[in-house]
Design a protein around this ligand. Structure first.
Ligand SMILES: [Zn+2]
Ligand SMILES: [Zn+2]
Length: 312
């Protein structure tokens, strides 16, 4: 089997013609057999693609030929094109959808007026110096944070990135406005926007974890301030940084630790929920918890038990 990799990358930079960049990227990825998801806006590019090692190397070299992307960093991880259902390359208003396209200004250095970038080591130093005063603020959806987060992190009540503006404006986090806040997300892209939105709303001391959880995990594994699994938006679902990773998620049925999201047994239900191996193996507890799905599961369980008796 030939070697393959997944790349994670973004760059905030003015893109004069997003459609032209989209068509170029789509053609490039197709020619290299890459799959994944790339979003381009007038503010930059955000992507994750997988493919053969030689192909992703070529992809990086060719993508950096675009002037605004020449110094873009690429994070590597294990995986392949098969971890993605298809190739999707699109133009959108935002490369991460906060619903704040008009609040964002970018120049050749990135987001204008964003938070202070801290390397993983600098984040540890900040916490060592200022202790519990420092607050980690999760820039991801609550579902992602449920299986892994920084120690004592604040996790906003967000189902999608679009929920953050309302969360910030709710007043719920106003007590953090005079504390040092470290925003973090998977690869760093969401915090670029989140930090700017927080600074605009009167948060006084905003830092952002450069390279996101991915880079922090590469450097410190499970021996630093990170706890649990990293949720990822591809077939892998979650990754761990070492064999020592804590399981901080819990099965919604029995409470046992788990880091695996499952589809509800009801095929019409789109919910993904944390269910442990034992509970998912039993049809009566393979549901998401909603009443109609609970009833669906009971019926399914009765059918299975009925067939067991018949065959027995
Ligand atoms: Zn369980
Ligand atoms: Zn359900």
């Amino acid at each position: 089997m030939s070697e393959s990799r997944i790349l994670l990358y973004y760059r905030f930079t003015p893109v004069a013609d997003p459609t032209a960049v989209m068509l170029w990227q789509r053609t490039l990825c197709k020619s290299l057999g890459l799959r994944g998801r790339i979003i381009i806006s007038r503010h930059g590019i955000n992507g994750t693609v997988g493919g053969a090692l030689a192909s992703v190397k070529t992809y990086i070299r060719r993508t950096r030929e675009y002037p605004g992307f020449h110094d873009m960093e690429f994070k590597w991880s294990a995986g392949s094109a098969e971890d993605f259902p298809k190739l999707s390359v699109k133009v959108r208003d935002e490369i991460v959808t906060f619903g704040a396209a008009d609040d964002l200004e970018v120049d050749e250095h990135g987001v204008v007026g964003g938070g202070v970038h801290l390397s993983p080591t600098q984040v540890n130093d900040l916490v060592a110096q200022r202790g519990d005063e420092v607050v980690f603020f999760d820039g991801r959806n609550a579902m992602e944070a449920a299986i892994g987060r920084f120690r004592n992190a604040v996790v906003p009540d967000a189902t999608t990135t679009r929920d953050f503006l309302a969360e910030l404006d709710s007043g719920r986090y106003d007590e953090l406005k005079d504390r040092p806040v470290v925003t973090y997300c998977t690869g760093g892209v969401r915090c670029e926007v989140l930090s700017k939105l927080m600074l605009d709303r009167g948060f006084g001391e905003i830092y952002q974890l450069d390279g996101g959880i991915v880079r922090y995990g590469e450097q410190f594994g499970d021996a630093g301030l990170w706890e649990g699994s990293l949720y990822v938006f591809d077939r892998r679902m979650h990754v761990e940084f070492s064999e020592d990773a804590a399981q901080i998620g819990h099965c919604i049925h029995c409470g046992e630790p788990t880091n695996t999201y499952r589809n509800c047994i009801n095929g019409d239900c789109r919910d993904m929920v944390l269910i442990c191996d034992d509970c998912v193996a039993d049809p009566s507890t393979a549901h998401c918890g909603r009443q109609e799905c609970r009833e669906y599961a009971s019926t399914a369980a009765a059918a299975v038990n009925g067939s067991t008796i018949t065959s027995g």
